[in-house]
Every structure is written in structure tokens, then in C-alpha cells.
Design a binder for this molecule. Sequence first.
Ligand code: HEM
Length: 708
Amino acid sequence: MSKSSKCPMIHGAITSPNAGRTNQEWWPEQLNLGILHQHDQKSNPMDADFDYKKEFEKLDYFALKDDLNKLMTDSKDWWPADYGHYGSFFIRMTWHAAGTYRTGDGRGGGGTGSQRFAPTNSWPDNTNLDKARRLLWPIKKKYGNKISWADLFILTGNVAIESMGGKTFGFGGGRNDIWSPEEEINWGKEKTWLGNERYTEGRTLTYPLAAVQMGLIYVNPEGPDGNPDPKASAIDIRETFGRMAMNDEETVALTAGGHTFGKAHGAGDPALVGVEPEGAPIHQMGFGWKSNYKSGKGRDTITSGIEGAWTPNPTKWDNGYFDMLFGYEWELVKSPSGAYQWQPINPKEEDLAPDAEDSSIKVTTIMTTADMAMREDPEYCKISKRFQENPEEFQDAFARAWFKLLHRDMGPKCRYLGPEVPSEDLIWQDPIPSGDSNIDIEKIKELILESDLTISEMVETAWASASTFRNSDLRGGANGSRIRLEPQVNWEVNNSENLKRIISIYENIANESKSSIADVIVLAGSYAVEKAANSPVPFLAGRGDASEEQTDAESFAVLEPYADGFRNYKKDFVELRAEEMLLDKSQLLGLTASEMTVLLGGLRSLGIGDIGLGIFDENNTQLTNDFFDKILDTDIQWEKVGDELYEGRCLKTNSNYKATAVDLIFGSNSQLRAISEVYASDDSSSKFTQDFINVWVKVMNADRFDVT
Ligand code: HEM
């Protein structure tokens, strides 16, 4: 289009941030309710009845593996395979898909195929992985909906390892793709790539982040902020891998096993590498990092800036990594791209690696500063030495840690699909014995009635149990009744003395009715809602009770709520506003903004809220929309009386009320007020009741993957 033909008027919607100012830009402190609006049907191109599980069942799994295996050595001119084998490239892709997982909030990981989208598709650490994903397109096209991108990214790494002689522990499919970026994940507040404003008091990493710099998956390979100090690097590695749920042994196994394969790429001047995919011009068709250094590919590739292979046989599983690490002294050098790396002093001819394009040319191997940590850190060194001396132990540890890395965010094992799901139960899968779906519900209800527990007590206990569920890594929930075990039973939010009393009543009922405690907890809560609403509440039996042995108490500590706005609870040290924490919890529970609203209002009417906060009616035996009535009442004047604490006085009746910011946000935030108005309206009583019951049941059954 010629310049003169362009119209000077501004047209159209806000199609990019440059086109106009968004509400979020005008009011940066505004609650981002968008995190509850995302992933709706509108962004999903699949039909509403699309069922990935059913599609996956139609997949010829081994034919797919066969095709992936062939792809490994089918080198393409547009992005040639190093050593004629794409295996290591794909392993890095898979590792970087899964490695964004962090235990703190369970977010990140390879469970959604999010590496297709910003920001991770354009992170500096994912340089050139756009090519790895594109290499998979013909296979994705062939198998279509029967394999999600998310599953394909993960399975490809497994096939890659197997094709180079490595062992794997199994594969479970079942990851559903998303169709727009995850907006809820907080990757850090830095505004520049590789920026680092995430540490306080020495080197305490901001919660729940699990990478040292913006745009990295874990640590800086050159050492902390580029300082080539292996021991300091070990501290960062221990922290970031720990937040990925990996202990020292798993960390060494993974890093050494991963770097048994492939090479790093830093052939020349990094300034010659173009912009990342999201910033690239339209004709690059989604590819980024176009390099003008020589051919820009093959042996001329620039990725991390570090250059060289770790072992003499980079396309074969062996013990070369440890043999090199301990077989030589190492000196600090710079790569052709100017990055710090280490090289062996006087390597033997047989310990040189082949050139990526011509195996008759030999080049020196390398270690990154992070690799040197596997030798210089005393704990890592002990494990590395043990693995060097016991190759089979190393192989088994790698296979298991790799399996955990790839499946940690998938929730319970019953979600895994396909013929290669390992039969062994693993503690990090939070195993739960299967329950009985044929329990005598009426008898349990009778026993509950005899127990004298109040509606509030029954509702709160069921809530405390079920609301530990996180949609992010699908952990927690009411199944397993882990609320009666450490650490949950003693969490501050759970008011343990009272909880233990209630649980002992439920244990007796479970014994007498031969049902699980988990089912009794949920049934009691649902029965209480049923009575308060005077309307049936569906109940799905069949939960089991996990034992202490089946529970890794330490790993459950991360599920402890720092805040639970539904119970008007927040720990003192939490800096985020209570209403932001409510949004965070609602997103983790998979709630929409309307579901969050009706749930909170309904719970308040049943007496759920700390010491009367937000509870505007003393009769807590009826499910009513009273909360919304009061919140929207213009005769009530609110005043701030403490940190996130408010008092209201009704000008007409002189009645006094107490509430928190979590309560008042439903009157003050324009979007939440709009939803509250729906539930407060005179003609909405039955809608309010039914919507509350629906979302209640949704939370109670959020973890029932055994039946859905
Ligand atoms: C401390 C942790 C780690 C650090 C600092 C690190 C760093 C790096 C760097 C800088 C590269 C070079 C990328 C390039 O320039 O192409 C690389 C490549 C690679 N990494 Fe890691 N890595 C770590 C852990 C892992 C783990 C846990 C795995 C898998 C289990 C893994 C698998 C690989 C593979 C296979 C390659 C070769 C890619 C290729 O040949 O194209 N790494 N890593």
C-alpha cells in the first residue's frame, strides 16, 4: 500500500497495545480479572464436545513413535541436525517445556503445550526451539487431534533418548492443549530479558519463581549473573531445581544425563542474531532468531553463546559426561560468542568430539559453569562420583527423574493415557487407594444428623479439604482425605484443634458406615448445603483415604494457602493484597469470575469467614444472597479501620458490619459489582441457589479424575 493511500484517521479496536490504551494501563492497580476469563470456548477451535481422551485412544501410539524415531535422523536443509541426529535438540525442547514447572503455585510445566505461545516461545533460553517445534509439524499434521501438541512435545523427548540408547521409565499421555497464552503465570517483574530483580536479602529468590533471571528456565549456565563460579552456581541450581521438585540426586542425574547428548551453540557474534519469534517480521512466519552469522545454521548456529559438546559421543548414551568431568582439570575460557565456558586441559585425541557437520573434524569438549558445579559442590560431587562408578544406577536415576520431570504437573496417575504408563506407583504422584462408590448415603446422612455438627462446621471442613486442589498441577483436593494428615491438619488456616474434633467424628461415621473419611467429609459438607439451600446437592461417592506412607508430607507443604479469601484468611507476611490472593486462589481452583462471586457470597451466608468478617446475618443455617444485598446497599457507609479491615454502618438501621477488602471488592470493583448485582436482584433467588450448588459441586469434585 502506498503511503498516500493510507488514511490518517484512527480506526478499529485495540488490536495491539500500540493502538490504544487499555484499562490495565490506565489503572495498573486494578484487579486482573482476565485471569479468570481466559481459556473459554471462544479461543478454542475445537468443538464443545471434543474429548482428547477419546481421541488419544484412537491413536496408533507405536506408529507415532516409529515416525518420531525416523524424524530423528531425517535432517532437513532448512535446519540441519547436528551429527545427523536431532535427538539432543528435541531433548532440550522437551526439558524446557517441562522445566518451567514450579512447586510454589504448581504453575508452568509441559502440561498444556504452552511453549507454542508467548512468552515462553520467545524466551532467550528457548532460542531456536521454534525450529524443533516446526520440525514436528508434519507428524502433528498426520496424527491431528489424536495427539496434542503438549503430549507430542513430551513424547518426542522420550523417543529421542531411546533412539540414542538411553533408557526411559515410561510415558503417560493426556495433556490437553491450550489455545492462548496462560495469563495467570507470574514469571517475574523485570522488564528486560535476562533482567534480575527477583532476589532479596542476599540470594533469596522471590516466591514462587524458580528461575534466576527473566526468560530463563532455571539457572544462568555461565554462573550467577554471568559470574563463572561453580560453587555459587551450585547454590542457584539447588534452589531452582528444588523449586522444580527435584532433590540433589535427581538434579545431578538430569543435568548429567541431559548433557550426555548434544552440544551448545555459540559459533560467532551474538549481535548477528535477529529478534525472537513474537517480535519477528511477518514474512518470517513465526520463526525468530534469524542469524546472519555465516550460514546461520549447522556448525554456525548461535543459541546460548556457549560452544561445544560435553562428551566425545554426543549422540550416544554412555558415561562420557562423568568420565570427562573427572578425567581432566578444566580451564575457564570464552566461546567464539564471548560466553564463559570451561575446557579440559590437554585432552586426549579420543576425548575430542566430532564437528557438528563433519565427523572427521575433531573439536574440544566443554563444560558450562553449571556443569562444573556437579564436580565442585561437595554434595553434587559425591553423587556424580557414585554415578560415574555405577553406570546402571545413573541410568536408572536419570530415567526416573526424567519421568518425574515430564509428569510432575499431570496430577494423579489415573490421568495418564497410553500403553507405556508404568505400573509402579511413585510417591510424588500422591497415590490414593481407590474408594467405594456404592456406599449407603442415606445412612451416612443419618449419622451426620446425629452428630450435632453445625452447618458452618460441615461446610468449612469440606471446603478446607476440597479447596486445596490446584488446577495448575492438579494436586490436592478432597480425595485421599489428606486434611487429616500432616501437614494439612496443622495448617494455621485449618484451626487444627477444631478440625481434629470434627475429623474424629467423621472417622467414627466412616467406620460405622464402611465408607471413606474423604467421602464423609464431602458428603457432610454437601448435605449441609442441601439443608441450607433446601435444594438437592449432587454427591459423587468413591473417594479413598490416603495413608501417611502414601503422603510425602514435605511436598504437601507447598499447598498450604498463604491466603484463602473464601474464609477471609491471610497470613500476616503476605504482601499481596487480599483480593489479589482471592483471584489467585480462584484461578487455581479453575473458577470463573461469576463462580468466584456466587461461591464467596454463598459461603458468607453459611457463616464462613473469619470471626464474623463479611458475615452480615447471624442466621447461618440458610443459604441466602444476603451478602450481596449488604455489599450493594448504598445506605451502608464503609470506613477503613485497619489493614484491609473495614467497618460499615447502616444509616437507616444503625446496624454495624465488619468486612475485609475481599468482601468489599465485590461492591467496589466494577466487574465484580456487575456480577454481584445479578445475584442480589429480587428475581435471582433460584439462580443464586442453583449457581452456588453448581460451583460447590465443581470444587468438591475438582480432583475426581478417577471418574471423569
Ligand atoms: C543446571 C542445569 C542446566 C543448565 C545450566 C543447562 C544449560 C544448557 C546450555 C547452555 C545448553 C546449550 C544450548 C545451545 O546453545 O544450544 C544446553 C543444551 C542442552 N541441554 Fe542443558 N542445561 C541444564 C540442564 C539440562 C537438563 C536437566 C537436561 C535434560 C535432562 C538438559 C539437556 C540438554 C540437551 C540435550 C542439550 C543439547 C541441545 C542440543 O544439542 O541442541 N540440560 N543446556
